[in-house]
Structure formats: structure tokens, C-alpha cells
Design a protein around this ligand. Structure first.
Ligand SMILES: Cc1ncc(COP(=O)(O)O)c(C=O)c1O
Length: 403
């Protein structure tokens, strides 16, 4: 569908009901009315536990939950919904990946990741490496914010068992060369874990093409609700792993001395899941598909270029992450002004941006900074939002500079 971008904001009630200029979509996206409606409708008309009741209300809820899994699988080109595990968020999915891979590691094995990772894709590997006495190698990022691919290749060896990296950096916006990284890691026989938190809902994602083993992301960054994440695991691996959590839903038979795992993917989802969340994520996917992910990618690129061009004209602003392969995230510093002050002063003009280390402290320090201001755009932003930001940034600088 060809969208009239000027009218897109009407789909997001929060942008109509408040005066906020929302420029923090990398933290969480706003929600379209259709997603809000799906949650309300579920609790108003469809609420029942899934898989359990032999009555039509429960059957309907079960059907809706499975339809959500099917939609998610097809959205990222997974071969089947059996590969789609719903989690609380991307962080839980990445932790699960590390726990599931624990038995695949022996002392002295190696894990390769990068300096640009979010803490959610760092700490689980640091803890795993501690527990299993493994080494972690961190691939550096070059001056424009890209992974150094030569260094990446050189960091792999026969002991490398896991390669874990982000599809898109939440600080630099860099879109990593995922096909190349996956091919190289596969040739080396390593498991591939991808943190797709900033990618899904922004650019096309194709886990089938990447041939990765794990791909984790969060519903709330792709117009869906909070409290729900997705962990894709390649189907042929799923029988190899025992689940992390045990209890109801994940078993098909229990006696006091034995139990049998449920079918996939339910084996990995113990307890009552976030049913409303799953159904609402389906609504978010339908919304994304109606607009078209390629159109979303193009629109966000257009907004990014406008923002970057305008910021380039301000000599007191330094941007970090200038790769040509970039999503609509811009991190920057302002001469002599702390990023927390920038964010607080922008808030007085109702402009929402994020400041700090963005849960990527090693990366921010590697850029010789303690804190960065970050603007992240999505399709509901427009040139007017960017103009308001620019006017406020200029005012902040001149006011603080002139004391
Ligand atoms: C690149 C990246 N990975 C992981 C996460 C963690 O996502 P969540 O907090 O939804 O688990 C984020 C959140 O900002 C992120 O940007």
C-alpha cells in the first residue's frame, strides 16, 4: 500500500492526544490504534486461557495465539511457527540462547561478539564464559561505526563455538553486514545468535536467508506491546535442547517418575503466556505489512538523511556512527553540554530523546565518551519534528554558551 506519510500520525493516538515530539523509538515505538484495539478486544471479548479449555472461548483464544505465531514466523521468513518462542523481551531471548548453548561449550572454547553490543547481548555471554571458562573476543568498531570485518574474520578459529552480534546497533544505527557475518561464522562451524531488537519492524528480516541459529527481538520496538519478545530458533536445533523453564504447558504427559515434552514450540513456553501480547503483536505485524517493510525502510532513511544533513551544519554537534548502511538512529554530543542536560532541556519543549550510555557502556567508552544524546526516528515522525528539534538544540547551545 502506498502510504500518505503526512497522515500516518493519525494511526498513533498518543501523537494526536499530546504535544510530545517523540524521538525515542529505539527505546520503544509508539502503538497504532489497531494494536491498542486488539488488546482491548481480547480482554473484552476473547479472554480465556489457551490450550486448556475444551470450550469455544478457549479454542478461539488458542487459535488467535497460534495465528500470531504463524504471522511472526512468516514476517521473519522462519520455516514454521514451531521455531517461534515467545519470551518477555529480546533480553530474555538472548539469555535463553546463552543458557541453551551452555552444554555445547567446553572449557577453553571461544565466543566472538563485538564492542557495539547492547548489554543484553553482552552480559549473558560474559556470564556464560565465566561459568564455562571460555574466552570472549570483542571485535572492534571502526571510525564510522562499522564492525571491522578483517578483525572479525581473524578472530574466528577452531575453538570458536558462538558468534553473537546485533543486526543494528542501538547507538550507532549501523546495519551490520549480516549475510557476510553469518556465512563466515557458518563456515567456521559456530552457532550464530543475532540480536534483532533494532531491526525487526525497520528493515526486512529473513532468518531463512541468514541461516542463523537464534534471532531475538522485542515486540515493543515494532509497534507491538511491551512484555513480549520473540526468540527464533532454527527448527532442526529445537529437539537438541532441553527447555530452560519447566511446569505447565510445556509437557504432554506427566507421571511421578517421568514426563514427556510437549510439541514445539510449546516445549519452550512453560506456564500461561502473554496471550493478549501475542494477539496484539499479530495486529502490529498486520499494520507493518499493510504499510510495507520496504516502504518503512525507505521512509526512515529519508528522515535520517534530513536529520543528519541538518545536524552536520551545526559545528558544535558531533555525530557518532556515519556508516552509509544505517537505520534512523543518530547519537551525538554537543560541545560543552552534557547529554543529560540536552535531554532535560529538550523536554521543556516537549521533545523526547534519550541520553546516557544506552545500555552499551563499552561502546560509548570506546568512542571516548561517557554519555551520548540519541535521536531515533520512525515513520510517524516528520520534517516538522526535525525542525522543532533543530530549533531547540540551537537555543540550548546559545543559551548555555552565553551563560
Ligand atoms: C540492540 C538492542 N538489543 C537488545 C535490547 C533489549 O531489548 P529489551 O529491553 O526489549 O529486552 C535493546 C533495547 O533497547 C536493543 O536496542
Amino acid at each position: 500500500m502506498n502510504r500518505d506519510w503526512a497522515n500516518i500520525r493519525k494511526d498513533f493516538p498518543i501523537l494526536n492526544d499530546t504535544s510530545h515530539v517523540y524521538l525515542d523509538s529505539a527505546a520503544t515505538s509508539q502503538k497504532p490504534q489497531s494494536v491498542i484495539n486488539a488488546i482491548t478486544k481480547y480482554y473484552t471479548n476473547q479472554n480465556a486461557n489457551i490450550h486448556r479449555g475444551i470450550y469455544s472461548l478457549s479454542e478461539e483464544a488458542t487459535m488467535l495465539y497460534i495465528a500470531s505465531k504463524e504471522a511472526t514466523a512468516s514476517f521473519i521468513n522462519a520455516s514454521s511457527y514451531r521455531s517461534i518462542i515467545y519470551t518477555r523481551n529480546a533480553t530474555e531471548g538472548l539469555n535463553m540462547s546463552a543458557l541453551l548453548l551452555e552444554n555445547e561449550l567446553e572449557e577453553g572454547d571461544e565466543i566472538v561478539t563485538t564492542v557495539m553490543e547492547h548489554h543484553s547481548n553482552l552480559i549473558p555471554w560474559m556470564k556464560l564464559a565465566q561459568r564455562k571458562k571460555c574466552k570472549i573476543t570483542y571485535v572492534k568498531v571502526n571510525e564510522i561505526g562499522e564492525i571491522d570485518m578483517e578483525e572479525f574474520k581473524n578472530s574466528l578459529n577452531s575453538k570458536t563455538k558462538i558468534v553473537a552480534f546485533s543486526h543494528i546497533s542501538n547507538v550507532l544505527g549501523t546495519i551490520n553486514p549480516i549475510d557476510d557475518i553469518c556465512q563466515i561464522a557458518k563456515r567456521n562451524g559456530a552457532y550464530i545468535v543475532i540480536d534483532g531488537a533494532q531491526a525487526v519492524g525497520h528493515i526486512p528480516v529473513d532468518v531463512g536467508k541468514y541461516d542463523c541459529d537464534f534471532y531475538a527481538f522485542s515486540s515493543h520496538k515494532m509497534f507491538g506491546p511491551t512484555g513480549l519478545g520473540v526468540l527464533y530458533i532454527k527448527e532442526e536445533l529445537l529437539d537438541r535442547f532441553d527447555p530452560i523453564f519447566y511446569g505447565g504447558e510445556m509437557v504432554s504427559h506427566v507421571a511421578l517418575d517421568e514426563f514427556k515434552y510437549n510439541e514445539l514450540p510449546w516445549k519452550f513456553e512453560a506456564g500461561t503466556p502473554h496471550i493478549a501480547g501475542g494477539i496484539a503483536l499479530h495486529a502490529a505485524i498486520i499494520y507493518l505489512q499493510e504499510i510495507g517493510i520496504e516502504n518503512i525502510e525507505k521512509r526512515n532513511l529519508q528522515l535520517l538523511q534530513i536529520l543528519q544533513t541538518q545536524l552536520q551544519d551545526l559545528p558544535y554537534i558531533k555525530m557518532y556512527g556515519t556508516s552509509p548502511q544505517k537505520s534512523s538512529v543518530v547519537s551525538f554530543t554537543m560541545d560543552g553540554v552534557h547529554s543529560h542536560d540536552i535531554a532535560s532541556l529538550l523536554d521543556r519543549d516537549h521533545i523526547c530523546i534519550r541520553a546516557g550510555n544506552h545500555c552499551a557502556e563499552p561502546l560509548v567508552h570506546s568512542l571516548s565518551c561517557n554519555s551520548l544524546a540519541r535521536v531515533s526516528l520512525h515513520i510517524y515522525n516528520n520534517e516538522e519534528d526535525i525542525q522543532k528539534l533543530l530549533i531547540s538544540l540551537k537555543n540550548i547551545y546559545h543559551k548555555l554558551k552565553n551563560g
